[in-house]
Design a protein around this ligand. Sequence first.
Ligand SMILES: C[S@@+](CC[C@H](N)C(=O)[O-])C[C@H]1O[C@@H](n2cnc3c(N)ncnc32)[C@H](O)[C@@H]1O
Length: 288
Amino acid sequence: MADPKGTLGGMLRQARDRLAACGADDPALDARLIVEHFSGSSRADAIARPEQALEASVVQAIEAAIVRREGGEPVHRILGFREFYGLKLELSPDTLEPRPDTETLVDMTLPFVRGVAAREGVCRILDLGTGTGAIALALLSQVENSMATGTDLAEGALLTAGKNAERLGLGARFSARKSNWFAEISGRFHLIVSNPPYIGTKEIDELRADVRNFDPLLALDGGADGLEAYRRIAAGSMRHLEGDGRIALEIGYDQKRLVTEIFAVAGFRLVEAGRDLAGNDRVLIFQR
Ligand SMILES: C[S@@+](CC[C@H](N)C(=O)[O-])C[C@H]1O[C@@H](n2cnc3c(N)ncnc32)[C@H](O)[C@@H]1O
Protein backbone atom coordinates (compact mmCIF):
# COMPACT_ATOMS: atom_id res chain seq x y z
CA MET A 1 0.00 0.00 0.00
CA ALA A 2 1.24 3.50 -0.87
CA ASP A 3 2.43 5.70 2.03
CA PRO A 4 -0.78 7.67 2.87
CA LYS A 5 1.37 10.85 3.04
CA GLY A 6 1.96 10.41 -0.67
CA THR A 7 -1.69 10.00 -1.65
CA LEU A 8 -4.24 12.67 -2.41
CA GLY A 9 -6.53 11.74 0.50
CA GLY A 10 -3.63 11.27 2.92
CA MET A 11 -2.11 14.61 2.00
CA LEU A 12 -5.45 16.38 2.44
CA ARG A 13 -5.89 14.85 5.91
CA GLN A 14 -2.37 15.68 6.95
CA ALA A 15 -2.64 19.28 5.70
CA ARG A 16 -6.01 19.78 7.43
CA ASP A 17 -4.75 18.37 10.77
CA ARG A 18 -1.59 20.48 10.74
CA LEU A 19 -3.47 23.66 9.86
CA ALA A 20 -6.11 22.97 12.54
CA ALA A 21 -3.30 22.52 15.08
CA CYS A 22 -1.83 25.93 14.20
CA GLY A 23 -5.20 27.69 14.60
CA ALA A 24 -6.02 28.50 10.94
CA ASP A 25 -9.58 29.92 10.63
CA ASP A 26 -10.73 27.30 8.12
CA PRO A 27 -8.19 24.45 8.03
CA ALA A 28 -10.30 22.17 5.79
CA LEU A 29 -10.71 24.85 3.12
CA ASP A 30 -7.06 25.93 3.27
CA ALA A 31 -5.92 22.31 3.01
CA ARG A 32 -8.14 21.71 0.01
CA LEU A 33 -6.99 24.89 -1.77
CA ILE A 34 -3.32 24.07 -1.19
CA VAL A 35 -3.51 20.39 -2.16
CA GLU A 36 -5.68 21.01 -5.24
CA HIS A 37 -3.46 23.85 -6.43
CA PHE A 38 -0.11 22.08 -6.14
CA SER A 39 -1.35 18.64 -7.27
CA GLY A 40 -3.54 19.94 -10.10
CA SER A 41 -6.40 17.85 -8.72
CA SER A 42 -10.06 18.74 -8.19
CA ARG A 43 -12.52 18.23 -5.36
CA ALA A 44 -14.08 15.41 -7.41
CA ASP A 45 -10.66 13.66 -7.64
CA ALA A 46 -10.32 13.73 -3.86
CA ILE A 47 -13.73 12.09 -3.46
CA ALA A 48 -13.43 9.56 -6.30
CA ARG A 49 -9.72 8.67 -6.03
CA PRO A 50 -8.32 9.50 -2.57
CA GLU A 51 -5.73 6.73 -2.97
CA GLN A 52 -4.25 8.47 -6.06
CA ALA A 53 -0.46 8.68 -5.65
CA LEU A 54 1.23 12.11 -5.74
CA GLU A 55 4.69 12.66 -7.21
CA ALA A 56 7.47 13.43 -4.75
CA SER A 57 7.86 16.97 -6.15
CA VAL A 58 4.15 17.62 -5.57
CA VAL A 59 4.36 16.35 -1.98
CA GLN A 60 7.36 18.63 -1.43
CA ALA A 61 5.53 21.66 -2.84
CA ILE A 62 2.51 20.95 -0.62
CA GLU A 63 4.76 20.51 2.44
CA ALA A 64 6.43 23.86 1.73
CA ALA A 65 3.03 25.57 1.35
CA ILE A 66 1.80 24.10 4.66
CA VAL A 67 4.91 25.41 6.43
CA ARG A 68 4.22 28.90 5.01
CA ARG A 69 0.58 28.71 6.11
CA GLU A 70 1.65 27.52 9.58
CA GLY A 71 3.82 30.64 9.69
CA GLY A 72 0.69 32.80 9.30
CA GLU A 73 0.87 33.61 5.57
CA PRO A 74 -2.65 33.91 4.07
CA VAL A 75 -3.51 30.94 1.87
CA HIS A 76 -4.11 33.03 -1.28
CA ARG A 77 -0.71 34.72 -0.94
CA ILE A 78 0.81 31.22 -1.00
CA LEU A 79 -1.22 30.19 -4.05
CA GLY A 80 -0.47 33.54 -5.74
CA PHE A 81 -4.05 34.20 -6.82
CA ARG A 82 -7.51 34.92 -5.46
CA GLU A 83 -11.00 34.64 -6.94
CA PHE A 84 -12.93 37.91 -7.09
CA TYR A 85 -16.37 38.19 -8.68
CA GLY A 86 -15.75 34.87 -10.39
CA LEU A 87 -12.43 36.05 -11.87
CA LYS A 88 -9.11 34.42 -11.03
CA LEU A 89 -6.79 37.32 -10.16
CA GLU A 90 -3.04 37.00 -9.79
CA LEU A 91 -1.60 38.66 -6.66
CA SER A 92 1.82 40.21 -6.17
CA PRO A 93 3.60 41.71 -3.15
CA ASP A 94 2.40 45.16 -4.33
CA THR A 95 -1.29 44.25 -4.46
CA LEU A 96 -3.92 44.02 -1.77
CA GLU A 97 -5.62 40.64 -1.69
CA PRO A 98 -9.11 41.56 -2.96
CA ARG A 99 -11.79 40.92 -0.33
CA PRO A 100 -15.29 39.48 -0.76
CA ASP A 101 -16.73 42.66 0.87
CA THR A 102 -15.53 44.66 -2.14
CA GLU A 103 -17.85 42.59 -4.34
CA THR A 104 -20.68 44.63 -2.74
CA LEU A 105 -19.28 47.72 -4.48
CA VAL A 106 -19.33 45.87 -7.83
CA ASP A 107 -22.92 44.67 -7.25
CA MET A 108 -24.07 48.19 -6.40
CA THR A 109 -22.46 49.89 -9.41
CA LEU A 110 -23.31 47.32 -12.09
CA PRO A 111 -26.87 48.60 -12.79
CA PHE A 112 -25.46 52.12 -13.37
CA VAL A 113 -22.68 50.84 -15.68
CA ARG A 114 -25.20 48.75 -17.65
CA GLY A 115 -27.56 51.73 -17.94
CA VAL A 116 -24.88 54.12 -19.21
CA ALA A 117 -23.50 51.52 -21.64
CA ALA A 118 -26.98 50.90 -23.08
CA ARG A 119 -27.83 54.61 -23.32
CA GLU A 120 -24.53 56.08 -24.48
CA GLY A 121 -22.92 53.11 -26.23
CA VAL A 122 -20.01 53.02 -23.79
CA CYS A 123 -19.42 53.48 -20.06
CA ARG A 124 -16.02 54.94 -19.10
CA ILE A 125 -14.79 53.87 -15.66
CA LEU A 126 -11.90 55.18 -13.58
CA ASP A 127 -10.68 52.84 -10.81
CA LEU A 128 -8.43 54.80 -8.44
CA GLY A 129 -5.99 52.53 -6.59
CA THR A 130 -6.74 49.51 -8.76
CA GLY A 131 -4.40 46.97 -7.08
CA THR A 132 -4.98 43.65 -8.90
CA GLY A 133 -7.53 45.47 -11.08
CA ALA A 134 -10.29 43.71 -9.12
CA ILE A 135 -13.10 46.28 -9.27
CA ALA A 136 -12.46 47.50 -12.81
CA LEU A 137 -12.01 44.00 -14.25
CA ALA A 138 -15.13 42.68 -12.51
CA LEU A 139 -17.19 45.51 -14.06
CA LEU A 140 -15.61 45.03 -17.50
CA SER A 141 -16.27 41.30 -17.35
CA GLN A 142 -19.99 41.97 -16.80
CA VAL A 143 -20.61 44.82 -19.26
CA GLU A 144 -19.20 44.52 -22.74
CA ASN A 145 -19.63 48.18 -23.73
CA SER A 146 -17.46 49.47 -20.94
CA MET A 147 -13.82 50.46 -20.63
CA ALA A 148 -11.69 51.23 -17.63
CA THR A 149 -8.55 53.05 -16.59
CA GLY A 150 -6.98 51.61 -13.45
CA THR A 151 -4.54 53.83 -11.58
CA ASP A 152 -2.10 53.08 -8.83
CA LEU A 153 1.02 54.52 -7.28
CA ALA A 154 2.59 51.06 -7.02
CA GLU A 155 4.17 50.04 -10.32
CA GLY A 156 4.11 46.37 -9.31
CA ALA A 157 0.35 46.59 -8.84
CA LEU A 158 -0.12 48.16 -12.28
CA LEU A 159 1.93 45.38 -13.84
CA THR A 160 -0.18 42.75 -12.11
CA ALA A 161 -3.46 44.48 -13.02
CA GLY A 162 -2.36 44.66 -16.67
CA LYS A 163 -1.45 40.94 -16.67
CA ASN A 164 -4.80 40.05 -15.07
CA ALA A 165 -6.65 42.06 -17.73
CA GLU A 166 -4.76 40.31 -20.55
CA ARG A 167 -5.22 36.82 -19.11
CA LEU A 168 -8.95 37.42 -18.71
CA GLY A 169 -9.30 38.68 -22.28
CA LEU A 170 -10.12 42.21 -21.06
CA GLY A 171 -6.81 43.84 -22.05
CA ALA A 172 -8.26 45.80 -24.97
CA ARG A 173 -10.69 47.60 -22.64
CA PHE A 174 -8.38 48.17 -19.65
CA SER A 175 -5.45 50.53 -19.34
CA ALA A 176 -3.19 50.74 -16.30
CA ARG A 177 -1.73 54.13 -15.45
CA LYS A 178 0.67 55.28 -12.77
CA SER A 179 -0.91 58.25 -11.04
CA ASN A 180 -1.08 59.79 -7.58
CA TRP A 181 -4.90 59.79 -7.44
CA PHE A 182 -5.94 62.19 -10.28
CA ALA A 183 -2.50 63.74 -10.90
CA GLU A 184 -1.87 62.08 -14.31
CA ILE A 185 -5.51 61.66 -15.33
CA SER A 186 -7.22 63.67 -18.04
CA GLY A 187 -10.79 63.56 -19.33
CA ARG A 188 -14.11 62.72 -17.75
CA PHE A 189 -15.59 59.40 -16.68
CA HIS A 190 -19.13 58.14 -16.13
CA LEU A 191 -18.09 56.22 -13.02
CA ILE A 192 -15.22 56.83 -10.61
CA VAL A 193 -14.70 53.86 -8.28
CA SER A 194 -12.20 53.43 -5.50
CA ASN A 195 -11.40 51.19 -2.59
CA PRO A 196 -8.67 53.46 -1.23
CA PRO A 197 -6.45 52.87 1.81
CA TYR A 198 -8.65 53.83 4.77
CA ILE A 199 -6.94 52.61 7.96
CA GLY A 200 -5.61 55.32 10.27
CA THR A 201 -1.79 55.16 10.48
CA LYS A 202 -1.82 54.44 14.22
CA GLU A 203 -4.33 51.59 13.80
CA ILE A 204 -2.13 49.65 11.38
CA ASP A 205 -0.24 48.01 14.26
CA GLU A 206 -3.53 46.73 15.68
CA LEU A 207 -4.59 44.93 12.47
CA ARG A 208 -4.57 41.13 12.33
CA ALA A 209 -1.04 39.90 11.70
CA ASP A 210 -1.97 38.28 8.37
CA VAL A 211 -3.21 41.66 7.06
CA ARG A 212 -0.43 43.77 8.61
CA ASN A 213 2.36 41.47 7.47
CA PHE A 214 1.19 40.49 3.99
CA ASP A 215 -0.95 43.27 2.49
CA PRO A 216 1.20 46.21 1.31
CA LEU A 217 1.27 49.24 3.61
CA LEU A 218 0.46 51.56 0.67
CA ALA A 219 -2.85 49.71 0.28
CA LEU A 220 -3.79 50.11 3.94
CA ASP A 221 -2.47 53.41 5.31
CA GLY A 222 -5.08 56.16 4.92
CA GLY A 223 -3.07 58.81 6.78
CA ALA A 224 -3.48 60.10 10.34
CA ASP A 225 -7.30 59.78 10.46
CA GLY A 226 -7.69 57.23 7.63
CA LEU A 227 -9.52 59.77 5.44
CA GLU A 228 -6.69 61.33 3.42
CA ALA A 229 -7.48 59.46 0.18
CA TYR A 230 -11.16 60.46 0.35
CA ARG A 231 -10.15 64.14 0.62
CA ARG A 232 -7.94 63.78 -2.47
CA ILE A 233 -10.59 61.89 -4.44
CA ALA A 234 -13.32 64.38 -3.47
CA ALA A 235 -11.12 67.31 -4.49
CA GLY A 236 -10.45 65.93 -7.99
CA SER A 237 -13.78 64.32 -8.84
CA MET A 238 -15.63 67.43 -10.09
CA ARG A 239 -13.06 67.88 -12.87
CA HIS A 240 -13.17 64.23 -13.95
CA LEU A 241 -16.78 63.15 -13.58
CA GLU A 242 -19.40 63.44 -16.34
CA GLY A 243 -22.36 65.66 -15.35
CA ASP A 244 -24.63 62.74 -14.44
CA GLY A 245 -21.77 60.48 -13.34
CA ARG A 246 -21.37 58.58 -10.07
CA ILE A 247 -18.59 58.09 -7.56
CA ALA A 248 -18.63 54.74 -5.74
CA LEU A 249 -16.36 54.23 -2.75
CA GLU A 250 -15.55 51.50 -0.31
CA ILE A 251 -15.25 52.87 3.24
CA GLY A 252 -14.25 51.70 6.72
CA TYR A 253 -17.19 50.53 8.89
CA ASP A 254 -17.23 53.79 10.93
CA GLN A 255 -16.50 56.32 8.15
CA LYS A 256 -19.94 56.86 6.54
CA ARG A 257 -20.69 60.22 8.19
CA LEU A 258 -17.20 61.66 7.77
CA VAL A 259 -16.78 60.59 4.13
CA THR A 260 -20.28 61.90 3.31
CA GLU A 261 -19.28 65.27 4.82
CA ILE A 262 -16.02 65.38 2.81
CA PHE A 263 -17.94 64.77 -0.44
CA ALA A 264 -20.73 67.23 0.49
CA VAL A 265 -18.14 69.99 0.89
CA ALA A 266 -16.80 69.09 -2.59
CA GLY A 267 -20.32 69.39 -4.10
CA PHE A 268 -21.56 65.78 -4.09
CA ARG A 269 -24.60 64.25 -2.42
CA LEU A 270 -24.98 60.71 -1.15
CA VAL A 271 -27.45 58.78 -3.33
CA GLU A 272 -26.94 55.21 -2.07
CA ALA A 273 -25.25 53.44 0.80
CA GLY A 274 -24.61 49.72 1.16
CA ARG A 275 -23.53 47.28 3.84
CA ASP A 276 -21.05 44.43 3.57
CA LEU A 277 -21.63 40.73 4.23
CA ALA A 278 -21.29 41.33 7.99
CA GLY A 279 -23.82 44.21 7.97
CA ASN A 280 -21.24 47.02 8.31
CA ASP A 281 -21.48 50.27 6.32
CA ARG A 282 -19.13 49.57 3.41
CA VAL A 283 -20.11 51.38 0.17
CA LEU A 284 -21.15 54.97 -0.55
CA ILE A 285 -22.32 56.29 -3.94
CA PHE A 286 -22.32 60.00 -4.69
CA GLN A 287 -23.41 62.26 -7.53
CA ARG A 288 -23.56 66.00 -8.14
C1 LIG B 1 -7.21 49.06 -0.42
S1 LIG B 1 -6.22 48.86 -1.86
C2 LIG B 1 -7.47 48.45 -3.06
C3 LIG B 1 -6.99 47.63 -4.22
C4 LIG B 1 -8.11 47.16 -5.17
N1 LIG B 1 -8.83 48.28 -5.73
C5 LIG B 1 -9.08 46.26 -4.44
O1 LIG B 1 -10.18 46.68 -4.13
O2 LIG B 1 -8.71 45.10 -4.18
C6 LIG B 1 -5.78 50.55 -2.23
C7 LIG B 1 -4.93 50.76 -3.46
O3 LIG B 1 -4.63 52.15 -3.58
C8 LIG B 1 -3.30 52.29 -4.02
N2 LIG B 1 -2.83 53.64 -3.64
C9 LIG B 1 -2.37 54.06 -2.43
N3 LIG B 1 -2.03 55.36 -2.48
C10 LIG B 1 -2.29 55.78 -3.75
C11 LIG B 1 -2.16 57.03 -4.42
N4 LIG B 1 -1.68 58.11 -3.80
N5 LIG B 1 -2.52 57.11 -5.71
C12 LIG B 1 -3.02 56.01 -6.36
N6 LIG B 1 -3.17 54.80 -5.77
C13 LIG B 1 -2.80 54.68 -4.48
C14 LIG B 1 -2.57 51.16 -3.33
O4 LIG B 1 -1.33 50.88 -3.93
C15 LIG B 1 -3.59 50.04 -3.44
O5 LIG B 1 -3.43 49.32 -4.63
